[in-house]
Design a protein around this ligand. Structure first.
Ligand code: ANZ
Ligand code: ZN
Length: 795
């Protein structure tokens, strides 16, 4: 069979029958149960679909096709997450508009996807760079601003000097030497103070944890999110300042270990704490200068030398009234807890190093047996009990409060780059920051001459003076637009909502439609998005839920992690290693069906697998065998029930269960077994059985299935019903059962399990030994206990 020919033929046919894959189409019965299947939409780069895309999308596609055949009303959409640095950098290099480049790239991606037979519902295509789309991304930002969840703040941020961009903490990776490096380019990250838009995701920290209970995410993903949010239960405790001249009268620490209060011998304050500005001290000034370029990671790392300066101030330990010195040191961060730490050098590693270096007293308050010592009222208690006791004690004394802290930081939402959504804010000399009016949205990204970010850390938009100049939406006076753009995550936060109502001009999406389709039933994506994209979009969804914009508290029900495909050398595919395999090449050589089937057969869908040419050849041979077997059967259709039922039913059951769990490799193994058994036993299949064999492979190898099915007539195989398991036909094909006449067993007969009563009786009446007992008599009663016995009463 010429795969190129059949691919072209069916691609054209599918194109002409879009209803086959569109949600709510006649083919899918809009009234049947919905199934919203989502795969992470790609960034359309200039190099086209890579093997990871092909793998993931095939996985989603098999599931979508399977669910459609099972009779669900399936929505399986696709779109483009098209803002971002690579396109911008490419545009700069080749001196072309990012808009044009994006258009070309998405067209290339789309045609590649169509060739790979991904059954996306193209009527719902979205593109994050389309003004009709980002209008709503901007609208969401304005809602956040109106609710006090977006604010502008001057802050030290991670700055990549090479990308000239501010990075969120999660975009900074730890280098081997302990410093931070840019996630994208690997350059050493420095610190810089800039005024940035920040979104208060921390307000949702608790709900982002508790909301997980409403989802069916795999445990690994839940863990990743919970760890990322980093909830710590502890207490805030106040320490009085003993120097009279200080304006501030007390300093508050956050501790998870109130049990160690008797072991506190000093206190450490973050250099950025406002209290430090009250202290006039040359040493502190110089110290602050010396740490300016350090990242949070460097500052808090355990194996880095801890440095600090004495502030000249003393505080009082509330449990024993002892005066202890206050030190300024950068291992305490302003961004966590209260920015002040009680030093417990007897039991905290960093405090211990610090105390040794500066010769501060070290007091042990816990013994080898994990019991409290040197702690008056706590002595003899186990640690956990002591923590509870002290947390309560500080509350009773009015000097502390039980609190939970979260390591999650607010989300830095500004990027100083061109190719992103303009932040729809205006700064007015009279009114301050004002949101753009809803009716003025979208604030379109203007075309510019130069896309390069500037060294002063401002976006190139800042140079488009007639765009920057605007009027204040509040007072009408002259004002200026924000020139920062949104981070990449902004467009992908809510795209699954837009698919539901992709062309709505008045709303982000119609509420009733959202109610019909949400939550997403299965979301297939990569582990690299478990904390960032998945957490950001859950936060935005929860926020929109609070505003009454969406009907469900959570966006996604199930999260499915897809695996990773390595090169044949077991290494990550990369140009420099020369081990990259492109889906197109495989499809050109062996056909799309072989490529898809192989990708799904390589290993478990969630696994990490190396490319293997031998397995690929094995899959190719299997598909040839499949085609040969089915073609032969079509020429010799045999409806006379020949005992293939059990084999067929077992295959249907096993394959259905596997597909339900994304167990594609084992489903394919079962298909292979089925074909082998049919051939080995020389089985002859009925027309319906042949159709079912084709249906079983249809989600995996859609072209060949369509071609074979067409020889039996009757439309697309992808629009037919998935075979149903006959539970009664799973064990044995036939049973030998006794036949009784008037209570006496006269013969026995082999019948197919599951055979109808009529058929069995018809066969029984043909038996010679039975004939003579019933001939000429009147049959008054016929009993058939399936698989057990037949009993007739005659007169
Ligand atoms: C006394 C103590 C004794 C502490 C001990 C720990 C162990 P997690 O679990 O990550 O929440 N801490 C509080 N704020 C800090 C800041 N801004 N920068 C650096 N360290 C800070 O950590 C909570 C603990 O980290 C707190 O409990 C505090 O030290 C420190 F044996 O208090 B602990
Ligand atoms: Zn104004």
């Amino acid at each position: 069979m010429d795969f190129k020919e059949i691919e072209a033929k069916w691609q054209k046919w599918w194109e002409e029958h879009p209803g086959l894959y569109e949600a709510n189409s006649n083919n899918q019965n809009p009234n049947s149960k919905k199934k919203y299947i989502l795969v992470e939409f790609p960034y359309p780069s200039g190099s086209g679909l890579h093997i990871g895309h092909a793998f993931t999308f095939t996985g989603g596609d098999v599931y979508a096709r399977f669910k459609r055949m099972q009779g669900y009303n399936v929505m399986f959409p696709m779109g483009w997450d098209a803002f971002g640095l690579p396109t911008e950098n490419y545009a700069i290099k080749v001196k072309r508009k990012p808009q044009e480049v994006t258009k070309e790239n998405t067209e290339m991606f789309k045609s590649q996807m169509k060739r790979l037979a991904f059954s996306f519902d193209w009527a719902r295509e979205v593109n994050t760079t389309d003004p009709n789309y980002y209008k709503w991304t901007q609208w969401i930002f304005i809602k956040l601003f109106e609710k006090g969840l977006a604010y502008k703040q001057e802050m030290p941020i991670n700055w990549c000097p090479s990308c000239k961009i501010g990075l969120a903490n999660e975009e900074v990776l730890q280098s081997r030497t302990g410093g931070g490096v840019c996630e994208r380019c690997g350059a050493e990250v420095s610190r810089r103070n800039i005024s940035q838009w920040v979104v208060k995701i921390t307000d949702y920290a608790e709900r982002l944890i508790s909301g997980l209970e409403k989802t069916d995410f795999i445990e690994k993903v839940k863990r990743a999110q919970i760890n990322w949010i980093g909830k710590s239960e502890g207490a805030r405790v106040k320490f009085q300042i003993s120097n009279d001249e200080c304006q501030m009268k007390e300093l508050e620490v956050f501790t998870t270990r109130a049990d160690t209060l008797y072991g506190v011998t000093f206190m450490v304050i973050s250099p950025e704490h406002p209290f430090v500005d009250e202290i006039v001290n040359e040493d502190i000034k110089n110290y602050k200068i010396s740490i300016r370029s350090k990242s949070d990671m460097e500052r808090t790392e355990l194996n880095k030398e801890k440095m600090g300066v004495f502030s000249g101030v003393y505080v009082v330990n509330p449990v024993n009234g002892k005066k202890i010195p206050l030190w300024v040191a950068d291992y305490v961060l302003m961004s966590y807890g209260t920015g002040v730490v009680m030093g417990v050098p007897g039991h905290d590693e960093r405090d211990n190093e610090f105390a040794k270096k500066y010769k501060l007293p070290i007091v042990k308050v816990i013994d080898e047996g994990e019991k409290m010592i040197n702690s008056e009222m706590l002595n003899g208690m186990p640690i956990n009990e002591a923590i509870v006791k002290m947390n309560t004690w500080v509350e009773e004394k009015g000097i502390g409060k039980k609190t939970a802290m979260y390591h999650l930081r607010d989300w830095i939402f500004s990027r100083q780059h061109y190719w992103g959504e303009p932040i729809p804010m205006v700064t007015c000399p009279v009114c301050g920051w004002v949101a753009e009016k809803a009716e003025n949205l979208p604030i379109k990204l203007p075309e510019v001459e130069a896309y390069e970010p500037t060294d002063d850390g401002k976006s190139p938009l800042s140079k488009v003076s007639d765009w920057v100049k605007t009027v204040c939406p509040k007072c009408g006076g002259e004002a200026k637009r924000e020139t920062d753009t949104m981070p990449n995550w902004a467009g992908s936060d809510w795209y699954y909502l837009r698919y539901i109502d992709a062309h709505n001009e008045n709303k982000l999406a119609d509420f009733d439609l959202l109610r019909k389709w949400l939550p997403v039933d299965v979301y297939v994506g990569g582990d690299e998005h478990n904390t960032l994209h998945l957490l950001y979009s859950r936060f935005i969804h929860q926020f929109l839920y609070d505003q009454g914009v969406v009907p469900t508290p959570e966006p996604y029900f199930k999260r499915m992690s897809h695996g990773v495909i390595l090169g044949a050398d077991n290494q990550r595919m990369s140009k420099s290693r020369g081990n990259v395999i492109v889906p197109e090449t495989v499809a050109d050589k062996y056909g799309v069906d072989v490529a898809r089937l192989y990708l799904m057969f390589m290993g478990p869908f969630t696994g990490t697998m190396a490319w293997n040419e031998k397995t690929l050849m094995g899959v190719k041979r299997f598909l040839e065998r499949f085609e040969g077997t089915v073609s032969k059967q079509i020429l010799n259709i045999d409806d006379s029930n020949n005992g293939a039922e059990v084999i067929m039913n077992k295959a249907v059951k096993g394959i259905s269960e596997d597909l339900e769990d994304f167990g594609y490799n084992t489903a394919i193994a079962k298909l292979m077994k089925l074909i082998n058994e049919i051939n080995r036993k020389g089985l002859k299949l009925s027309e319906e059985q042949i159709k079912n064999v084709i249906r079983l492979i249809a989600p995996l190898a859609p072209y060949i299935a369509e071609e074979l099915y067409s020889r039996l007539g009757g439309g697309s195989v992808h629009g037919t019903n998935w075979p149903v398991v006959d539970e009664g036909l799973l064990v044995a094909a036939t049973a030998v059962i006794p036949v009784a006449v008037n209570g006496k067993v006269r013969d026995q007969i082999e019948v197919r399990v599951g055979e109808s009563k009529e058929k069995v009786l018809e066969l029984v009446k043909k038996l010679e030994k039975i004939k003579k007992w019933i001939e000429g008599k009147k049959v008054v009663k016929e009993i058939y206990v399936p698989g057990k016995m037949i009993s007739m009463v005659v007169e």
